[in-house]
Design a protein around this ligand. Structure first.
Ligand code: ASP
Length: 332
């Protein structure tokens, strides 16, 4: 008899213990590596494996922070830094080239519950622009710094710089040559000229959300062109219950204040996150002539990753722990 009682007792005790300790608060993260014209012909199996590995590494970096009880702000910065360091994305190393053959980088970060935000634009030598954006947020009285001033600030703050060669990849250089050729032939730029921006959104155990975005902008850009990524409310936004990072044809995302519009619908109309994100990305952006996608999260950890292009590099770890990476539409 005893031999039966003991395990039963043990089981009962385990059950009581489980009922006493509440389930840990939910955490979740989503990342993107850019939306645009993507075809299987351009991405062979080896390249796809490298890209998915980079997305997984970014997910691990961000989710690791959340799992240890760290803030969403740290998680999105950690995930974006991994993607900036990868040559496969248009941010940090691997950024696209301007018309003059340089790299000009933009980034932003925002914490929802405090509405603190920081961004930088048009910097040329900062190794991890997202961390510079965070420094603007935390260590200056400003929200946005541009160009040489932003770099002078970053130098004062001891942030890491890199030589111009660090950012260069042959693929991006070839894209610039192709864009120049099309321009000389008076052809429209390729839709893929702005592909590869990176971003992250996260929910931490305190119920706080944050967003971060980093980009090299558009191939062949000139005149100090700045896209949506560093514009708070356009490419990057977070409030108490919603966070968004965008990618796509930045001019349209600025004109529609895409990231803010999605979260405003959640806040003011009570629209579910997915419906809000779908309406903006699948209807309003294309109606105006733009294209791209977003990643969005709400304070319950619901995720939405809509895009209206043929593909979007993306990854997620949901509140139930399920994770994935995807590139094409049919991948999910
Ligand atoms: N949205 C970025 C920009 O317009 C580009 C991108 O998403 O790839 O600068």
């Amino acid at each position: 008899m005893r031999t039966f009682v003991a395990p039963l007792l043990l089981l009962a005790m385990t059950d009581v213990g489980a009922a006493d300790s509440p389930a840990p608060a939910p955490i979740a993260i989503a990342i993107h590596g850019g939306a645009g014209t993507l075809s299987r012909e351009r991405i062979d199996a080896a390249l796809e494996a490298e890209i998915r590995a980079a997305l997984d590494a970014a997910l691990d970096a961000g989710h690791g922070v959340l799992a240890r009880g760290g803030p969403a702000l740290d998680a999105v910065e950690a995930a974006v830094r991994v993607l900036e360091d990868s040559p496969h994305f248009n941010a940090g190393k691997g950024a696209v080239f301007t018309a003059e053959g340089r790299n000009e980088l933009d980034a932003a970060i925002m914490e929802g519950h405090t509405r603190r935000a920081g961004s930088i634009a048009g910097v040329r030598a900062l190794r991890n622009p997202v961390s510079a954006a965070r420094a603007v947020m935390e260590r200056s009285r400003h929200v946005m710094l541009v160009g040489e001033g932003a770099e002078a600030f970053a130098r004062e703050q001891g942030l890491a710089f890199a030589e111009p060669d660090y950012f260069r990849t042959e693929q991006r250089w070839q894209q610039l040559l192709e864009a120049r050729q099309r321009e000389a032939e008076a052809k429209a730029p390729r839709a893929s000229s702005y592909f590869g921006t990176v971003g992250a959104v996260a929910l931490d155990r305190q119920g706080h959300v944050a967003a971060a975005t980093s980009t090299g902008g558009m191939t062949n850009k000139r005149w100090g062109r700045v896209g949506d990524a560093p514009i708070i409310g356009a490419g990057t936004w977070a409030d108490a219950q919603c966070a968004v990072s965008a990618t796509g044809w930045g001019e349209f995302f600025i004109r529609l204040a895409v990231a803010h519009d999605i979260c405003a619908r959640v806040a003011y109309a009570g629209t579910p996150l997915a419906a809000a994100a779908d309406d903006v990305v699948l209807r309003r952006v294309p109606d105006l002539g733009g294209d791209g996608g977003v990643i969005a999260i709400d304070a319950r950890g619901n995720l939405a990753l809509p895009f209206n292009t043929s593909g979007m590099y993306r990854g997620w770890i949901a509140v139930d722990g399920t994770r994935g990476t995807a590139i094409f539409r049919a991948d999910e």
